[in-house]
Design a protein around this ligand. Structure first.
Ligand code: KIV
Ligand code: ZN
Length: 512
């Protein structure tokens, strides 16, 4: 396998990650994520599957036009029309474009999905790569379900597509079925039986159905793979993909073992994780490695004592290495002026436009009125709320709820739309239901709440609560979040954010 001095990070958050149920992002959101991935310094951004929909095509085209430092990949089946669309969408990336063609090779896919014999698979794969090479010199081939493909046949396919011009070979564990030792054996087999692999880069693409995506990817690196396909927060089809942050930090923290690292700017990891979580509405579980709320929290007395005596007794990496800023929370309160607030944001590395600053400052003062201390995490939550690129068609101005074990939960809301305030009330089985019902009545947009989760995102009893919802509007599943010191208000905000997001996604896709 072709060697390189670093492990190439191929981020597929915008393609495979976006295939996660409920995680779909609009064009603006994808561009926001792409810009952050560029800041994170990933090597390759897989921006989408241009033939899948006009929205995907446009997203790949605009990411290719916007991002200057990373290579941009687009996915295509081994089908001429897919490859043409992919090449067209990637044009703005010039010689940083990569066409990623794939075709399933395993017996189960050949027999039941493709209904094709082995020789037909090889012919179609070779045709796909050859055709893609007419548009682009950087062509990657993925034998889908490689880990369940007969090794001899897999070797045959790989040999044929390299001869046809593929410069990267990706070995996917499509259904997250393999285990580290077995994956090692497969890669070793390929190394031994396909000497042509010396001239190409080998990637791996592991899914997490058995929770082994990172372990399998690391095993592959030990066998010479030099590209890892991963997503932020490990989001993706079903149980997701190899998590970028875990893989990158495993290579960094255990450089003594692996002796090779990525070029990722690890201090950007936390910001990227939170951005993706916010834009997809998918919460990061508290105990998630690297980016979970508890990743650097030490609860037991013995651990705390050890930490105080010598940090490394219980900490294998520093929170600041992944961009988690601790111990620097400045106590801001309702007497903090706009200049002081703005200077504090700058220290946090946040720069806002003047019109954005005013909105965030007003929200900060409103929060400071209720909370004793405003922490950096509170400010980060406010920013998510007020600096979204999604137009706030509907905004909650006031929400009042009466509830209790002997009361009929009733919510009265004032919602602003186009500068006008609409007021209404509704009852429900509980306060959240009452609040969502009244929002539905005011907006006239019917949604079905599919999932609801709530967690405290900042410190203390007066912490901000963050609600994450998934709402079905017709056929579209939309995810959104909302935060507030009052958890019913946070739930209502999440719901209204979902409504705004739904309107935005419908409008942007209608324009394409
Ligand atoms: O999981 C998979 O096999 C894929 C391919 C398209 C690379 O996502
Ligand atoms: Zn995949």
């Amino acid at each position: 396998m072709k060697k390189s001095d670093h492990v190439i990070v191929f981020d597929t958050t915008l393609r495979d990650g976006e295939q996660c149920p409920g995680a779909s992002m609009g064009l603006h959101e994808k561009l926001q994520v792409a810009r952050q991935l560029e800041k994170l310094n990933v090597d390759i951004i897989e921006a989408g599957f241009p033939a899948a929909s006009p929205g995907d095509f446009e997203a790949v085209r605009q990411v290719a036009a916007t991002i200057k430092k990373c290579r941009i990949a687009g996915l295509a089946r081994c089908v001429k029309s897919d490859i043409e669309k992919c090449a067209e969408a990637l044009k703005p990336a010039g010689d940083r474009a990569r066409i990623h063609v794939f075709l399933a090779t395993s017996a189960i896919h050949r027999e039941f999905k493709l209904k094709k014999a082995k020789d037909e698979i090889i012919r179609q794969a070779v045709e796909g790569v050859t055709y893609a090479r007419q548009f682009c010199k950087d062509v990657q081939f993925s034998p889908e379900d490689a880990s369940r493909t007969e090794p001899e046949f897999l070797a045959e396919v790989v040999r044929a597509v390299i001869a046809a011009g593929a410069s990267t070979i990706n070995i996917p564990d499509t259904v997250g079925f393999t285990v580290p030792n077995e994956f090692r054996k497969l890669l070793t087999y390929l190394n031994e039986h396909v000497p042509e692999l010396q001239n190409v880069v080998v990637h791996v693409h592991c899914h997490n159905d058995l929770g082994l995506a990172v372990a399998n990817s690391l095993a592959a690196i030990e066998c010479g793979a030099r590209g890892v396909e991963c997503t932020i927060n490990g989001i993706g089809e079903r149980a997701g993909n190899c998590s970028l942050e875990e893989l990158v930090m495993a290579l960094k923290v255990r450089n003594d073992h692996y002796g090779i690292q990525t070029r990722v700017r690890t201090q950007e990891i936390f910001a990227t994780s939170r951005l993706v979580s916010q834009l997809t509405g998918l919460m990061v579980q508290r105990n998630k490695a690297i980016v979970g709320g508890n990743a650097f929290a030490h609860e037991s007395g013995i651990h705390q004592d050890g930490m105080l005596k010598h940090r490394e007794t219980y900490e294998i990496m520093r929170p600041e290495d992944v961009g988690v800023v601790t111990g620097t929370d400045l106590v801001l309160g309702k007497h903090s002026g706009r200049a002081g607030f703005s200077a504090h944001l700058k220290r946090m590395g946040i720069q806002l436009k003047a019109e954005q600053l005013q909105g965030v400052y007003d929200a900060f003062i409103a929060l400071a009125d209720k909370k004793k201390v405003v922490y950096d995490d509170d400010i980060i939550e406010l920013l998510r709320e007020y600096v979204s690129e999604i137009p706030r068609v509907y905004a909650i101005k006031c929400l009042q709820v009466t509830t209790g074990n002997r009361a009929l939960p009733t919510a009265t809301v004032q919602i602003e739309k186009d500068g006008k305030i609409i007021e209404d009330s509704a009852t429900g089985a509980g306060p959240v239901e009452a609040a969502l019902k009244v929002i539905e009545r005011v907006t006239g947009i019917k949604g079905e709440l599919k999932s609801f989760a709530m967690q405290a995102v900042t410190h203390g009893e007066d912490a901000l609560g963050e609600a994450a919802v998934q709402v079905k509007f017709g056929d579209d599943l939309v995810a959104a979040k909302g935060s507030d010191i009052d958890i019913i208000v946070a739930s209502a905000k999440a719901y209204i954010n979902a409504v705004n997001r739904h309107l935005f996604l419908t409008q942007t896709s209608a324009k394409l």
